[in-house]
Design a protein around this ligand. Structure first.
Ligand code: UD1
Ligand code: MG
Length: 470
């Protein structure tokens, strides 16, 4: 739920994402791991793009091909410029790999530096940061924390002005007691950044080219260094392992839940809801526990979602309810419909107003007309059903002949008796009546009864088999 911010200056974004992330113990590059169903890198790209930047540069190294492939079909891809850093020689070196593709000449050109593994940064924070930088000043995002270990410390002089950043491994014991740390996110005038980085060396404990070394250079050149001290540490929390990934996921989900509650949605338990995509809600929506929304989901007014339900890429109209244990994907469910418990609604399903889908009913590529009911144990695939059709328990639309799929058409007010098989393609015209247990493989005209089953024989004097003696 980002806000787009207008900035007066020319801004380019550089996102560092070349690190391996060994502690994730995964063959997938770290920045491709998801938070809320979206890769960490996409979260960061979206935040950067919301700043109305001229261009977004992503520095990749480990797993570069995999990362670029992932973005090939994303709409934001057109705006991305990839820079490669074959060897991870440090954050300063990483930023340098992006600079040749950035116009650093203008006086007011600024570079916003973000980390691909710091996914929850908010656009409001970035807007504040950008506002505090210009041709003669930088801005840093810092955090005051009781657990600064491992992070770069902010060094201030007696006038409280920032004069340097010292990395933990290079810090004196006294510097290690400083609780203000560098988040890594900063805005730097482009031309100066280029000049300073050219001068950064690697004579330090890690033998790396530190981006943070430009701070002392800026201070010596008389630049003002502004700090935005952040309160919500989650915003600048980086992900190095699966524990941190899980922690940020829960934080992200709790934020989603709080926003829904504020918007008037009733959540039985805000801690037991996951949104992995975009959820749009109407008024008086009720959501029970352990519900997962994936992709783009829209819920109309007065929609009720039961416990243990998964809904993906689906829109659900006013007054409809999804009962416990149902799994819904790629469906268009209109108003006052009832689905479940334990229904499986698959892609291409359209349930018109007042449709009722009961337990253990599966639908796929199926359009059900207004008021149609399939109450129990049925499969409806590749079929169009009219209004007020009654689909009996155990009905199967047999759409697949082992090679091809076929379509069946069922008119209005058709009654399909229990345990019937409709061998597609068949057409059941309006008001057709199918006797229970029928195998239907030819069309049924309007107002006809179709009986497609063996005639019952009663055999008198039947003796039950006896258990044989050994
Ligand atoms: C960095 C900062 C430190 C800050 C901390 C915040 C420097 C020298 N230090 O330290 O002050 O407190 O982040 O988390 O900048 N990366 C590359 N190429 C490289 C090295 C890193 O792309 O050669 C990327 C990583 O993938 C990661 C980011 O830059 O996304 C930060 O790198 P990391 O190694 O985590 O830096 P820190 O040592 O934690
Ligand atoms: Mg780090």
């Amino acid at each position: 739920m980002n806000t787009t911010v207008n900035t007066k200056r020319a801004l380019d974004v550089v996102i560092l994402a070349a690190g391996k992330g060994s502690r994730m113990h995964s063959s997938k590059p770290k920045v491709l791991h998801p938070i809320g169903g979206k890769t960490m890198l996409e979260h960061v790209i979206d935040a950067g793009c919301a700043m109305n930047s001229r261009s977004t540069h992503v520095v990749v190294g480990y797993g570069a091909d995999q990362i670029q492939q992932h973005f090939e079909h994303k709409p934001s891809q057109a705006d991305l410029v990839w820079a490669s850093q074959d060897q991870q020689l440090g954050t300063g070196h990483a930023v340098q790999q992006a600079l040749p593709a950035i116009d650093t000449s203008g006086n007011d050109n600024l570079v916003l530096i973000l980390y691909g593994d710091v996914p929850l940064i908010k656009t409001e924070t970035l807007a504040r940061l950008i506002d505090q930088a210009d041709a003669s000043s930088l801005s840093l995002l810092t955090l005051i924390t009781e657990t600064p270990a491992g992070l770069g410390r902010i060094i201030r002089d007696e006038k409280d002005s920032i004069v340097a950043i010292v990395e933990e491994k290079d810090a004196t014991d006294e510097e290690k007691t400083i609780q203000e740390i560098n988040s890594g996110i900063m805005v730097v005038p482009a031309q100066s950044l280029d000049d300073w980085l050219a001068k950064v060396g690697n004579e330090n404990q890690q033998g790396e080219y530190y981006l943070t070394d430009v701070i002392a250079m800026a201070a010596e050149s008389g630049f003002t260094i502004n700090a935005t001290v952040i309160r919500d540490s989650f915003e600048v929390q980086g992900v190095n392992d699966k524990t941190q990934l899980a922690l940020l996921e829960r934080h992200y989900q709790m934020n989603n839940a709080e926003q829904l509650l504020e918007a008037g949605v009733s959540l039985r338990d805000p801690a037991r809801l996951d949104i992995r995509g975009e959820l749009i809600v109407g008024s008086d929506v009720e959501i029970d526990v352990n519900v997962i929304f994936e992709g783009d989901v829209t819920l109309g007014n007065n929609v009720k979602i039961g416990a243990n339900v998964i809904v993906k890429d689906t829109s659900i109209g006013d007054g409809s309810k999804i009962l416990a244990g149902s799994n819904i994907e790629g469906a268009d469910i209109r108003s006052n419909a009832s689905v479940g418990p334990y229904a499986r609604v698959r892609p291409g399903t359209v349930l018109n107003d007042e449709v009722k889908i009961g337990n253990f009913v599966e639908t796929k590529n199926a359009v059900l007309g207004k008021g149609t009911k399939a109450g129990h144990l049925a499969y409806i695939g590749d079929a169009t059903l009219g209004e007020n059709v009654n689909v009996g328990a155990g009905t199967i639309v047999c759409n697949y002949d082992g090679v091809n799929k076929h379509q069946s058409i069922i008119g209005n007010n058709v009654f399909i008796g229990s345990n019937s098989v409709l061998v597609s393609p068949v057409v059941l015209e309006d008001n057709a009546f199918i006797a229970a247990g029928s195998a239907i493989n030819s069309d049924v005209p309007s107002d006809h009864l179709a009986v497609g089953r063996g005639k019952q024989r009663n055999i008198p004097g039947w003796k039950r088999p006896k258990k044989s003696e050994l």
